[in-house]
Write a protein that binds this ligand. Structure first.
Ligand SMILES: Cc1ncc(COP(=O)(O)O)c(C=O)c1O
Length: 388
């Protein structure tokens, strides 16, 4: 049975990721895992906060009746009330349980909202560089991707976004702190975008994908997108802030300022079920009613960022420190980022080329690695640069 043409095409487009992993696995076998420095995956390498694990234990032991059964599709009402309360605190907006749908991570939240708003051929604006899975999410629901470049500093170019909006534009996906660029979008840029959107007769929805929201460095914070932009749906997960990526727990929250928000919420609750998620993991919902604000040690990630960036700069790379998130987005010393990733590979360093995120000429390096991996990899980065 042949697979669908659209999936065959997507597999082909994603095949560079597979090839890189295969090559990485081969090198690890050949040279030993310790001699290969893998900066490709944003997979949390630390354990979840002790408080979260303690609440998980207590929740299991308490064994509340009904804690393992079906519940309303958007999630346990008391959990949604707790998340709404947190969002009210953070944004000053009148969120209630009827704006919050618990989801199977941020990936599911993005798919649920896209499923709820897209008709075939509707357009979704992505700001390059972008998370490599977004085009597939948009494609899942018959949407058409429109790529708009960010500026030289990887911040949204509001004028370029304005030009790209047509009467088919249904959404703009914003991701801050950004994967892969590490930029934290300032309130001024968000405000500028809101001003432009609020003048349109049918403004597109801003899908604010914010799984890195708490991972911001140097004492900065991420200004809440929903507070700055009226037409916002928040996609969140605890994968990064609590190192729970395998547990699949997050939420979708619709801004109370959205027109027809009740109808949109009904569509999302329906999509959450019919996409096959049915509901978010029951136990983890109950845990998050109490542990929503817990966070891994952000200072430890900042330390790794500093060590990697300082080492790369010393070796002669042009590097901008990420303001948040998991990744250093490094300028490739030669224009062909795929070729430079090949040179790094020869030195035992695995990195992802920027072209995979819609911005050639860059490389993405994850900081979710052991300190020792960073320290031992620096001579290999230096050798790759000398060979360039
Ligand atoms: C920008 C972005 N959005 C969404 C996701 C998916 O998050 P989750 O695994 O929590 O669903 C990721 C994961 O890496 C991401 O980087």
């Amino acid at each position: 049975m042949p697979v669908a043409r659209s999936i065959a095409e997507q597999l082909e487009r994603a095949s560079w990721i597979r090839r890189m992993f295969e090559e990485g696995a081969r090198l690890k076998q050949e040279r030993g895992t310790k001699n290969i420095f893998d900066f490709t995956l944003g997979n949390p390498e630390v354990e979840p906060p002790a408080l979260t694990l303690e609440i998980l234990r207590r929740t299991v032991e308490r064994g509340l009746p009904g804690s393992h059964g079906y519940m309303p599709n958007p999630g346990f009402p008391q959990v949604r009330r707790a998340i709404a309360e947190k969002l009210r605190r953070e944004t000053g907006l009148a969120f209630t349980a009827d704006h919050v749908c618990m989801t199977v991570g941020a990936a599911a939240a993005c798919n649920v909202i896209l499923k709820s708003i897209l008709d075939p051929g509707d357009e979704v604006i992505l700001l390059a560089p972008f998370f490599a899975e977004y085009p597939f999410y948009v494609g899942n629901h018959g949407g058409r991707v429109i790529v708009v470049e960010t500026d030289r500093d990887c911040l949204p170019d509001v004028r370029a976004i304005t030009w790209a909006i047509t009467n088919r534009t249904r959404a703009i996906i914003l991701n801050t702190p950004n994967n892969p660029s590490g930029r934290v979008y300032p309130a001024s840029v968000l405000g500028e975008l809101d001003t432009v959107l609020s003048r349109l007769p049918n403004p597109p929805l801003v899908i604010s994908d914010e799984p890195y929201r708490q991972l911001v460095y140097d004492g900065q914070t991420q200004p809440p997108v929903a507070a700055a932009i009226a037409n916002t749906a928040i996609c969140y997960s605890w994968s990064k802030a609590q190192a729970l990526a395998g547990e699949r727990i997050g939420f979708l929250a619709l801004s109370p300022r959205l027109p027809d928000v009740a109808q949109m919420f009904a569509a999302c609750a329906f999509a959450n079920r019919t996409l096959g998620f049915v509901n978010a993991p029951a136990l983890w919902q109950l845990v998050m009613a109490e542990a929503a604000d817990a966070c891994v040690d952000v200072a430890a990630y900042q330390h790794k960022r500093d060590l990697l960036c300082a080492g790369l700069a010393r070796a002669g790379y042009e590097v901008r420190k990420p303001e948040g998130g998991y990744y250093v987005f490094l300028k490739s010393p030669i224009p062909d980022d795929v070729a430079f990733v090949g040179r790094l590979l020869k030195q035992g360093v695995l990195a992802v080329p920027g072209v995979g995120f819609g911005r050639a000429g860059y490389l993405r390096l994850s900081i979710t690695v052991a300190l020792d991996t960073i320290e031992r990899s620096l001579p290999a980065f230096a050798r790759a640069l000398q060979s360039a």
